[in-house]
Design a protein around this ligand. Structure first.
Ligand code: FES
Length: 116
């Protein structure tokens, strides 16, 4: 069983409604999970300082970032190895030019909530 991280929420864009994505213990530090909320494919990441969420669809050719490789605070797409900043969604390397959308996160009753 992993320790819970409380009180440190991720960044992301302004939140509207909050949706439960997963339990706080569903992800180890450095882990990523694919979830679908409201028809959107999202990647939920757990870093050492909290949870972050981005679109799960690479802006290059639509591969799933949740199938990619997390290293530090970046995720590398499994198809052509473009990199994104997990905290902001910013594209960091070719062939990706456009970033992925990022979402606010918070912890509520042991669940990772995503603001959309
Ligand atoms: S599909 Fe992600 S880098 Fe090409």
């Amino acid at each position: 069983m992993q320790a819970r991280i409380e009180g440190k929420d991720g960044g992301g864009t302004q939140a509207g409604a909050w949706h439960a994505a997963c339990g706080v213990d569903d992800l180890a530090i450095g882990g990523v999970l694919h979830v679908e909320i409201g028809g959107l494919a999202l990647a939920v990441f757990r870093l050492a300082d909290g949870y972050y969420a981005t679109s799960d669809i690479c802006t290059h050719m639509r591969s799933r970032l949740s199938d990619g490789y997390v290293k530090g605070d970046t995720v590398q797409c499994p198809l052509h190895f473009g990199k994104f900043d997990i905290r902001t969604g910013r594209a960091l390397s070719a062939p990706c030019k456009r970033g992925v959308r990022s979402f606010a996160t918070r912890i509520e009753a042991g669940r990772v909530m995503i603001g959309m």
